[in-house]
Design a binder for this molecule. Structure first.
Ligand code: HCA
Ligand code: CU
Length: 398
């Protein structure tokens, strides 16, 4: 179902990315870009994390964005009290429920967790705000424990319960099963959160939706703790295939590349803020849009093999499930290689404004391929071969 609502967490989970340092101005820029893109929810770092985090939360709430602003806090009254004063539309509450986290993180038992969760939820609701309750490390938690917390919080009117694959261990089938089971237990919406440790973050999000989840946490380029979470752009690509018209009407897809480039630039250079030049030289990392990123990777709409080029020149849908023009991007037919075919070369001949018969293009293609067998070719190299071949033809005619 493509009507999924991304809870955009670049300004919360994304701030947990190793290379992220977001000052106020940067956070405002990111929040505005996400709002322009059309996300419904923007999640911010806990105001209890630091004084500046609290102020930034207030600043973003005052921007008057269309998106609802959420903040993310531990399941504790102290945090909840700070959160409701910031001006947010909702509070996302989280507590670890696996034995790993109960024993090594907060040391609380299930009775305490349920009692505190209910107290926090009732408090946030009494302020007229939305509230979500999530269990951290859900996939390594006891199923009976999980379902009893979720059904308890559902009964007190929580807006959403959340499942989190905190360590990235879940497989799509496990996700489907857990969400399906939970769907039968609670009435409220179901939010999901997937880490990318084993490369399943988009697939898991999609399986969750198929099983009845309503919300998916994302971040731009997937930035987050360790190697991050479900990327916004990748989830969008997945959703476009499921329901293109809906996704096109809901999101400003032509802004996707801009949002991704903005965040890539910010996390590339942010680490120099206030630090010495020598620290910066050894620790700074250039972050780029990944080469194989869905939609925005540099070769996401490049077609190379002769067979592919021929079909794509006839009809784009032959080898493209997404349309580059939906994102303000363009298709590229690669022709400077030994794998090229005469249809690709013919198209290049036409782009160069030259005229040749098909038989001549085929001969010219043989020359290109022969040269490409010897060394890698640039576009200019191929253009020179084509121009020289064309010149010979005209000379022969005269
Ligand atoms: C973390 C917390 C969290 C929270 C997810 C959620 C996770 O460990 O940093 O609120 O649903 O991955 O469990 O990001
Ligand atoms: Cu997380």
């Amino acid at each position: 179902d493509a009507s999924v609502l991304p809870v955009e967490s670049t300004l919360r989970e994304g701030e947990q990315f190793a290379n992220a340092f977001f000052d106020t101005e940067t956070k405002v820029k990111i929040a505005k870009a996400l709002d322009d893109f059309g996300v419904d929810y923007i999640e911010l770092t806990s105001p209890a994390a630091s004084e500046q985090s609290r102020k930034d939360c207030e600043t973003i709430c005052k921007l008057g964005l269309k998106a609802k602003i959420l903040t993310h806090v531990r399941c504790h009254m102290d945090d909840a009290r700070i959160a409701v004063e910031t001006g947010v539309d909702g509070v996302d509450v989280v507590i670890g429920t696996s034995s790993h986290l109960r024993e090594h993180s907060h040391g609380k038992d299930m009775t305490y967790i349920i009692k505190t969760a209910i107290q926090v939820i009732e408090f946030v609701k009494s302020k007229g705000l939305e509230v979500r309750f999530s269990s951290e490390d859900s996939f390594r938690s006891d199923l009976v424990d999980l379902l009893s917390v979720y059904s308890a919080v559902d009964k007190v009117g929580v807006n959403r319960v959340g499942i989190a694959d905190t360590v990235g261990c879940a497989s799509p089938r496990q996700v489907f099963d857990l969400v399906r089971t939970l769907r039968g237990v609670v009435q409220c919406d179901i939010e999901t959160h997937f880490h990318e440790d084993t490369g399943c973050a988009i697939a898991n999000a999609f399986c969750a939706l198929e099983a009845g989840a309503t919300h998916v946490d994302t971040s731009v380029l997937g930035i987050g703790e360790r190697n991050g979470i479900t990327p916004l752009g990748g989830l969008i690509a997945r959703m476009v295939v499921a329901d293109r018209d809906y996704v096109l009407s809901k999101y400003n897809l032509r802004k996707l590349k801009e949002v991704e480039s903005l965040v890539a630039d910010i996390v590339s250079f942010s680490s120099c803020g206030g630090l010495s030049m020598s620290w910066w030289l050894t620790n700074s990392v250039q972050i780029n849009i990944p080469f194989n990123n869905p939609i925005t990777g540099f070769c996401a709409f490049t077609h190379k093999a002769g067979i592919h080029a021929k079909a794509i020149l006839n009809s784009a849908s032959s080898y493209e499930i997404l349309k580059p023009e939906d994102y303000g991007l363009s298709r590229y037919v690669h022709f400077a290689s030994r794998l090229t075919g005469w249809n690709a070369i013919k198209s290049r001949v036409e782009q160069l404004g030259l005229s040749m018969t098909d038989a001549q293009v085929k001969l010219c293609t043989q020359k290109v391929k022969a040269m490409a067998d010897v060394r890698p070719l640039a576009i200019d190299d191929v253009d020179s071969v084509i121009r020289a071949f064309h010149l010979d033809l005209t000379a022969a005619e005269e």
